[in-house]
Design a protein around this ligand. Structure first.
Ligand code: SAH
Length: 471
């Protein structure tokens, strides 16, 4: 009898009991040196071990079928023997023989790597091998293009070897062309073996990892439903649209799921349009400033904001640093606070509705928003923090007055000022620009809460990306 056995990714406790039983009772065990090494502790002393070299698979399969006529032969493959393994070849070779043949499945690298990353292939996914030793590259390229266009996770086997390096670069190029550059990508090297390494990154950053990718590496390219949830890569199946996790109640499910999928596609498309608009803009913005500007264009669906946005004194870098340090954000109105990324909202404060602000407003003849800023200053919350004004020109005027009065003692690290209105807004924003403090301003009467929120949320996102990159 010939058993073609998948031994799993490496660790013996991830081998199936059936695989183990076949190995324990084998007369002959055949496989390449790496797999034999992995199972050496469970090879019975009585078994004959035949080590094969890469490139001699056909010969090995023939020999296994031949010996299988009168002995218990085990032909081992890594992972699952039926996935880029020896199973198919053994069946082909055994077609005209009377050797009994069985295939014993194993845990394939896709599931072993997925489990280490989180749950990246929990929705539809595809598997592709970049090895062009047996398949012409043009065919692999065609498949990659088709897959890149589909919004599903793609598991990449055989990404790179000593002599095959361009295939991975070309694959990256294809996915960059058809998918969002921020798509989450997981890299697992030596899953369930010594030297296991796990990385979660973004599609655009994949080249930074090329030097650590080899023939023992599996790459999983996510799709629009793939998220990085607390350093775990998860492709959402749609539960989040069907159920409210906190109450456990369903909310009508499939239709909502469809909307979310469709929503994701619309979002991806419009982001691509914005990227294109911003990249063609002739101004001299840095890459991170372009990201922030793009977010404003996106939020308003209006490219003309590119002519109005001013970035003074490296405000994006300053903002990223502030967010990384967990600095407080002070907003002029509750609506701006409500729009800020949930992950950072615990650090956001707005005093417009504080009873104390009412008092200050009455006493000093200020608007309530200006009084809210004054109260923040009294609480020592302006110095070195971030002030985001999306609505009230009077809040801008107040911050200018406080800085002028208090000098260095009340200097915010960053001001985002996008208040709207025909009265005072443009003037107040010019004053902010003249203060010498890092700031992002939308000149003129236009702007508003959506723009302020877009700016600060993109800065928060950039800082989270940097943090992930530093890990
Ligand atoms: N039959 C195997 C796949 C053989 S193709 C299976 O089912 O897993 C060889 C490729 O599998 C490698 O280039 C790599 O992409 C992947 N691979 C095999 N073992 C791996 C491991 N321990 N960790 C990560 N990837 C692995």
């Amino acid at each position: 009898m010939l058993s073609v056995v998948g031994i799993g990714p490496g660790s013996l406790d991830l081998m199936t009991e059936r695989a183990r039983a076949r190995i324990s009772s084998a007369d002959v065990i055949m496989g390449n040196v790496r797999y034999i090494e992995l199972i050496k502790d469970i090879i019975p002393a009585s078994a004959e071990v035949v080590i094969g070299r890469m490139g001699t698979e056909v010969e090995r399969a023939k020999k296994a079928v031949e010996l299988g006529q009168y002995k218990d032969v085990v032909l081992v493959s890594g992972g699952d023997a039926g996935i880029y393994g020896m199973a198919g070849l053994a069946i082909e070779v055994a077609v005209d023989s009377d050797t009994k043949l069985e295939i014993v499945p194993g845990i394939t690298s896709a599931s072993a790597s997925a489990a280490l990353l989180g749950a990246p292939i929990s929705n539809d996914f595809a598997v592709v091998s970049l090895s062009d030793l047996l398949v012409p590259w043009s065919e692999i390229e065609r498949k990659l293009e088709g897959l890149a266009k589909m919004d599903i996770a793609v598991v990449v086997y055989n990404p790179k070897s000593k002599n095959r390096t361009v295939q991975l670069e070309k694959t990256h190029g294809i996915f960059m062309q058809f998918r969002d550059r921020k798509t989450i990508v997981g890299i697992v090297r030596n899953a369930e073996r010594e030297g296991c390494e796990i990385e979660i990154t973004r599609l655009e950053d994949l080249p930074a990892f090329y030097h650590r990718i080899d023939m023992s590496t599996t790459i999983i390219i996510g799709c629009s439903g793939t998220k990085d949830l607390g350093a775990r890569m998860v492709t959402r199946r749609g539960y989040e649209t069907k159920y409210d996790y906190e109450t456990g109640n369903g909310n009508g499910g499939d239709i909502a799921g469809g909307y979310v999928e469709a929503g994701n596609r619309v979002w991806e498309k419009s982001k691509a349009i914005v990227r294109d608009i911003v990249s063609k803009y002739p101004g001299s913005l840095s890459d991170t400033e372009k990201r922030v500007a793009g977010r404003v264009v996106f939020a308003n669906a209006d490219p003309s904001f590119l002519d109005l946005l001013v970035f003074n004194h490296h405000p994006v870098e300053t903002g990223i640093r502030c967010i990384k340090e967990g600095k407080t954000i002070i907003t002029d109105i509750e609506m701006v606070k409500a729009g800020i990324n949930k992950k950072y909202r615990k650090n956001v404060q707005c005093f417009v509705n504080a009873p104390k602000s009412m008092e200050i407003a009455k006493r000093e003849g200020l608007t309530r928003t200006a009084a809210g800023i004054r109260l923040a200053k009294e609480k020592g919350l302006i110095q070195g923090n971030v002030v985001v004004i999306g609505n009230a020109p009077s809040a801008c005027q107040e911050i200018c007055a406080l800085v002028e009065e208090g000098g260095a003692g009340v200097k915010p690290a960053l001001i985002v000022a996008t208040p709207v209105g025909f009265v005072n807004a443009a003037e107040a924003k010019e004053k902010i620009l003249a203060m010498g403090i890092p700031c992002i301003v939308i000149r003129g009467p236009r702007g508003g809460t959506p723009s302020a929120v877009a700016i600060i949320n993109e800065i928060i996102e950039l800082s989270m990306e940097e943090k992930r990159g530093e890990k």
